[in-house]
Design a protein around this ligand. Structure first.
Ligand code: CFM
Length: 473
């Protein structure tokens, strides 16, 4: 049976459609049911649509201030959600006055009951004006609908339009209330459409070259972008805009001037690449920079596109030379270790194969919070026989996976980390990383080092209850 009902799900049999065990002889279309509402009764690990837009797409932009139109809770949780550092450098050569501004500040309208009854537009107006006054150096103001304001039906667009003229800066509304889709993925889509519709094509870059690219879906998690950037620079390729890691507001406005778009996170940002291609004729290619093999393949593809094959080879050769000794060391230590990867979506098909190919590890389980059909097809293609693939696992399933599949390490998020630790299983962060960056050649060594450090930590020998848990099974 390719689909599997977990013991803990006996009362919610619909979960069976979401859990698939890879069998190569199966028809290709056998994948977990996905991108649907969480089944009632499940304690999901998912986030909301607002989190998808603010926490993923726009939160990385370095020179804007965010105004969340909500009761204070959404504002609080909308801050500090993701580790995407920024440099103070702006494209006009100036420096932004506050370093990592995007990680430090968020503003909210702090709605109360009376605003729900009488409308919150006045507060939104006041808050945007206050944000503009408090942070006069920002280059735009982004404002967000949430569940509450989505239900009230405040006309945020009208306020934004009016204040844009009054302040003299772009004021943009992102209309992705938490309930507007089954997962954060809906917020990605809204973020892409809003930025495309309002910004792309509205400004011109200070200069262009024949080798300008957009790096789309790269959020500079723990410095990923800063590992990749030198590769492009050494090849003579210029990143005109990053969408949106360490990027400025203006960079989004001139994405239409690039010669090629690279799409790194293909779940959250293929939308804008498609729209730019359709309207401005800028082609895009999908890329993967996790692990040395994919890195080399994709740099070669990029080199071929721009006639810079030799330059690509040089980058690959120099980085492989640099990392090979450490790669050998970690392979020796990690060969045969089993892993369960649990991310939002794409990292589940980016990461298992490099771990298997370069480190000799084995993926026993893969699970995602919001992946769609195309992503599950890739996951299925890239994992080995017998690997369990789970869509939107609930908290009890997490425990059953640990007990049944006994992974030596879990790569997941903060919500799962401590459940795993309490069960005596090493678990480290694959969303925001432990000690990243994890992308690129050098990044893969950081990932291997953190896996090694987690598995070999002496603390696991001191967990007294671990044997009890194992014996109970
Ligand atoms: Fe793209 Fe991302 Fe991911 Fe994502 Fe995310 Fe993320 Fe992720 Mo956490 S943008 S889809 S919404 S690769 S925050 S950096 S790790 S769930 S798999």
């Amino acid at each position: 049976m390719p689909f599997k009902l977990f013991e803990v799900d006996k009362e919610i049999p619909d979960r069976e459609k979401h859990i698939y065990v890879k069998d190569t002889d199966d028809p290709v279309e056998h994948i977990p049911k996905c991108n649907t509402k969480t089944i009632p009764g499940c304690m999901t690990e998912r986030g909301c649509a607002f989190a998808g837009v603010k926490g993923v797409i726009t939160g990385a932009v370095k020179d804007v201030v965010h105004v969340v139109h909500s009761p204070v809770g959404c504002t609080t949780y909308g801050c500090g959600s993701k580790r995407y550092p920024t440099s103070p450098d702006l494209p006009n050569g100036e420096k932004f006055p506050v370093e990592n501004f995007n990680l430090k500040y968020i503003m909210g309208t702090d709605l109360k009951e009376s605003d729900v009854v009488f409308g919150g537009m006045k507060k939104l107006r006041q808050s945007i004006l206050e944000a503009a006054k408090e942070f006069p150096y920002v280059n735009a103001i982004y404002t967000y609908a949430t569940c509450t304001t989505g239900l009230i039906g405040d006309d945020m667009e009208a306020v934004a339009k009016e204040l844009s003229e009054e302040i003299g800066k772009d004021v943009i509304t992102f209309n992705a209330p938490g309930f507007s889709g089954p997962t954060q993925s809906k917020g990605h889509h809204v973020g892409n459409l809003t930025l495309f519709n309002h910004l792309v094509g509205t400004k011109e870059p200070p200069e262009t070259t024949p080798y300008d690219i957009n790096l789309i879906g790269e959020y500079n998690i723990d410095g990923d972008l800063w590992v990749l950037k030198p590769y492009f620079e050494e090849m003579g390729i210029n990143i005109l805009s990053t969408f949106t890691g360490d990027c400025s507001h203006d960079e989004i406005c001139w994405m239409h001037r690039a010669k090629l778009s690279l799409v790194r996170c293909q779940r959250s940002a293929t939308y804008i690449a498609e729209l730019i291609e359709e309207k401005y004729g800028v082609p895009y290619i999908k890329v993967d920079f996790f692990g040395p093999k994919y890195c080399a393949e994709n740099l070669r593809a990029l080199g071929k596109y721009f006639g810079k094959e030799a330059e690509a080879e040089k980058v690959i050769e120099s980085r492989m030379k640099q990392i090979q000794p450490e790669l050998d060391f970690y392979r020796e230590k990690l060969e045969g270790k089993t892993v369960w990867v649990f991310s939002g979506g794409p990292k589940n098909w980016h990461i298992p194969q490099p771990l298997e190919e370069h480190l000799g590890m084995k993926t026993v389980a893969v699970s995602t919070m919001f992946e769609h059909e195309d992503g599950y097809e890739k996951i299925k293609e890239r994992v080995g026989e017998g690997t369990v693939i789970i869509d939107d696992p609930n908290s009890l399933e997490l425990e059953e996976i640990i007990e049944d599949y006994k992974p030596d390490i879990i790569l997941s998020g903060i919500k799962e980390k401590y459940i795993a630790h309490k069960m005596g299983t090493p678990c480290m962060l694959i969303h925001s990383y432990e000690n990243g960056p994890y992308m690129g050649f050098e990044g893969f060594i950081n990932l291997a080092r953190d896996i090694y450090a987690s598995i070999y930590s002496p603390v696991w020998n001191m967990v007294e209850f671990k044997d009890e848990i194992r014996e109970e099974e």
